[in-house]
Structure formats: structure tokens, C-alpha cells
Design a protein around this ligand. Structure first.
Ligand SMILES: C[S@@+](CC[C@H](N)C(=O)[O-])C[C@H]1O[C@@H](n2cnc3c(N)ncnc32)[C@H](O)[C@@H]1O
Length: 247
């Protein structure tokens, strides 16, 4: 069984399957055993599905504000993420973009965000999310451009940035505690199933430290050792921490 297949739809599905070098399948029950994960364009979004969700909604890059977030632009810089990134910071490179939820929260707060993602599957989902974002009324009215997405390994790409950003943000996949927390969202669990842990996260920290202008921020589960040794500052949440390393 292959890991991932694309479900046939319009021309975009064929282009995506070719880009990912993945099988292009017709959607019928016989194909449910053909792959562990599927990508499909449905209801105007690119969606990632596993076999349990194949007939339901699937997961997509969510571009609307998170629950409880203010809908104004720029949204207030008041949560732990914003405190860690710094209110005076302008440019942020999110070197581990994933589902882009942190990148998009930073974008809505008015930071200038560049994203890096090495998984081509996640990159396709992010690109689709950013294209939908560009069509939103509030984005068009203000003539904003969605974050730039660079596809590849951040360890190499960070060394090639033309200008050092104020902040490089890292949220790599750490090994899970033996018992996965009930709070682990489906989107993160599926990411872990597809990609596994980011075993080169130490090298990623070193690359970020070398490339940043002012600070590196690392989001970690609360049980993990700080990635860059003792941080300059730490912002503790319920199950996670933001460690800040100032140059
Ligand atoms: C835990 S997820 C990030 C979640 C993200 N902060 C969000 O809000 O959705 C980690 C992501 O970083 C990516 N990643 C990890 N190491 C990377 C590297 N060296 N270069 C590029 N992407 C990387 C993984 O492929 C994965 O998609």
C-alpha cells in the first residue's frame, strides 16, 4: 500500500499527483485500501484524509481566526506566542510551518511572515490555504499578501536568506509522551503519523541561531528539554512552552 494518493477531480488533482509523484485514484470504495492517506480537492479546499475520514470532511489549513481571537487587523499582540516573538519584531521566519496555524496567527497580528516547510504534502496544503487567504475580503481590502512559502529543508534554506529576519520561530515535532495527551489534536496526530518526529531539530536550532537577526523562539512540549540550552526567557503555557533565545 502506498502512503499517499491523490483523489481524482479537476485538472488540479492531476497536477498535484504529478508534482507529488503520487497515484491518482478514482474515488470509489475499492480504492479505500489503496493508500494510508489521501489528498482531495473538496468544497473549494485541498483536504488531507485518512481512511477513517475519507467519507467525511478531512483536514485543511484553517485560515480563519482561532476561537477567542479578535477579528480586527492587526489582531492584538497579547497571547504567549506574541510575547515570545516580541512586540517590536517585524519580520518572522516560521521554519516549521506545518498546518500554518502559528504562521497565520502571526500574519493576522501584522508580522511580516515567511514560512518554510519541507514536506511536499504539507506544502501543498499550505499553498492552498494561502491562496484562499488571498481571496478573503479583509486581505484584499487592505492589499495584504499572504506569507511567502519556501519549500525545502530549513537547515539549508535559512543559510540562504537574503536578509536576517528579526525572529526565527521553530515548532519541530518532539517525541510524544508515551501516552498521547487527549488534547493532541487530530491535525497534529496525523502529521506525526505521516512525518514522524523531526530528528534533526538540534541542527535546525543551530541553523536558526546562525541565521537570525535578533532572536530564536522554540515552541516545545512542557516535558522536553530546551533545544538551545538555557533560554534567555521562557513563556509557560498549559502543556507547552515558548523558549526565547536573544542574540
Ligand atoms: C509540529 S509541526 C508545526 C506546526 C505549526 N507550528 C502549526 O502551527 O501548524 C512541524 C512541521 O515542521 C516541519 N519541519 C520540521 N523540521 C523542518 C525542517 N528542518 N525544514 C522544514 N520543515 C521542517 C515538519 O515537516 C512539520 O510539518
Amino acid at each position: 500500500m502506498t502512503q499517499l494518493a491523490v483523489i481524482a477531480g479537476d485538472q488540479r488533482s492531476a497536477v498535484l499527483a504529478e508534482w507529488l509523484n503520487a497515484d491518482l485514484l478514482d474515488f470509489d470504495a475499492a480504492n479505500l485500501d489503496a493508500a494510508e492517506f489521501f489528498l482531495a480537492y473538496r468544497d473549494g479546499c485541498l483536504r488531507l484524509l485518512d481512511r477513517q475520514t475519507l467519507k467525511k470532511g478531512g483536514l485543511t489549513v484553517e485560515i480563519d481566526p482561532r476561537p477567542g481571537e479578535q477579528h480586527s487587523y492587526p489582531a492584538p499582540k497579547k497571547d504567549l506566542l506574541a510575547q515570545a516573538i516580541g512586540k517590536k519584531t517585524h519580520t518572522v521566519v516560521d521554519a516549521t510551518c506545518g498546518w500554518a496555524q502559528d504562521s497565520l496567527a502571526l500574519f493576522r497580528m501584522g508580522y511580516q511572515v515567511t514560512c518554510i516547510e519541507r514536506s511536499p504534502v504539507m506544502a501543498a496544503l499550505i499553498q492552498d490555504g494561502f491562496e484562499r487567504l488571498a481571496q478573503k475580503d479583509w486581505v484584499r481590502r487592505r492589499e495584504l499578501s499572504p506569507p511567502t512559502l519556501l519549500i525545502g529543508n530549513a537547515i539549508a534554506l535559512l543559510a540562504d536568506l537574503s536578509e536576517a529576519p528579526d525572529c526565527i520561530y521553530l515548532d519541530p515535532m518532539f517525541p510524544a509522551k508515551k501516552k498521547q495527551s487527549a488534547a493532541t489534536r487530530k491535525s497534529m496526530a496525523i502529521l506525526r503519523d505521516i512525518l514522524g518526529d523531526d530528528l534533526d531539530r538540534q541542527a535546525l536550532f543551530d541553523a536558526a541561531w546562525a541565521a537570525t537577526g535578533k532572536r530564536v523562539v522554540v515552541k516545545s512540549p512542557d516535558h522536553a528539554e530546551p533545544l538551545g540550552g538555557k533560554p534567555s526567557q521562557s513563556f509557560q503555557g498549559k502543556l507547552l512552552r515558548y523558549d526565547v533565545y536573544l542574540k
